[in-house]
Write a protein that binds this ligand. Structure first.
Ligand SMILES: [Zn+2]
Length: 293
């Protein structure tokens, strides 16, 4: 049983492989994948994937890289998406949102506004929020301590901030998701940081089609695309579990139990079987009244 806390299944790089990717994920025993939208244009594809695959947990948000091309009505459009999911009674989330000081140029003030308005929505509805913070963990830490945050906590996806910030962020409600890419020796520091994450705040993610793990942990290769990069197949997740268990000195069974509990605490338990249509009390047939003698 595997849980992917952050993936972009709707991305064009994976779209040509959807049927086989879905088959591979089902075959490996994937229980749930949180599919993160990144801008208004890809939200319909996220919803369509959730309609098609019951293991897709849809998440809608505006990514800092794409914030500049949002429509004037983007926030209302986001609210409509969340309302639709609530009406369907489907688990849903907000993401991917965040700050990014790595890709240049960036407009820090605008990023902050866009981030805070989405965080406020997550807080008001107590929804899981998936946060990106490339080279921006310091400013994020400050905002997350200044602004109200969802009562259930929030997810720092592919956390690469300093280990020293982990206890303070955990006290504020942070979950931290480990990415398979961190198994590359170039990410030794991120790997070490995860030894400091409280076990009840640990999640695992792929961020596929990005963040391909090192070749030693690629169980499901995909062909190299026109841009010279091979997309990360989300089923590579299976190889990350034993690697992280090893890093944390846990048995794989213990890690799996831990991740399942954390995932279901943060994103909510899976919906039960469809409810039978039980009539409301007032609709129950009444006892016939005995006619007066
Ligand atoms: Zn992402």
């Amino acid at each position: 049983m595997f849980f992917d806390a952050h993936v972009h299944l709707q991305a064009p790089e994976l779209a040509p492989y959807w049927p086989e990717v879905a088959r591979d994920l089902e075959a490996m025993g994937l229980m749930c994948a949180v599919v993160n939208g990144t801008e208004e244009a890809d939200w319909p594809a996220v919803a369509a994937l959730a309609d098609r695959y019951e293991w897709v947990l849809p998440s809608y948000g505006l990514h800092p890289w794409l914030a500049a091309r949002r429509s004037p009505r983007w926030l209302e459009n986001l609210v409509v998406r969340l309302d639709e999911e609530a009406t369907l009674g489907r688990r849903h989330a907000i993401g991917e949102i965040g700050l990014d000081r790595w890709r240049r140029p960036f407009d820090a003030a605008d990023q902050q506004d866009v981030f805070l308005s989405q965080l406020a929505l997550g807080t008001a509805r107590n929804l899981p929020v998936s946060i990106h913070g490339l080279k921006a963990w310091g400013p994020l830490d400050e905002l997350l301590h200044r602004a109200p945050v969802p009562a259930r906590g929030f997810l720092l996806h592919a956390y690469t901030g300093p280990a020293s910030m982990v206890p303070r962020l955990a006290r504020r409600g942070a979950y931290f998701s480990f990415n398979g890419r961190f198994l590359d020796p170039r990410f030794l520091q991120a790997m070490d940081t995860f030894r400091h994450v409280p076990h009840d705040r640990l999640l695992i993610e792929t961020d596929a089609p990005s963040m391909r793990p090192p070749a030693s942990h690629v169980s499901h290769p995909l062909p190299t695309a026109a841009d010279g990069h091979a997309p990360n197949h989300p089923a590579n997740l299976a190889a990350v579990y034993p690697a992280l268990a090893n890093l944390l000195n846990l048995s794989e069974t213990t890690l799996r139990t831990l991740i399942k509990a954390n995932f279901e605490r943060f994103f909510g338990p899976p919906p039960g079987p469809p409810r039978r249509n039980i009539p409301e009390r007032d609709e129950l047939p009444r006892q016939p009244v005995e006619p007066a003698a």
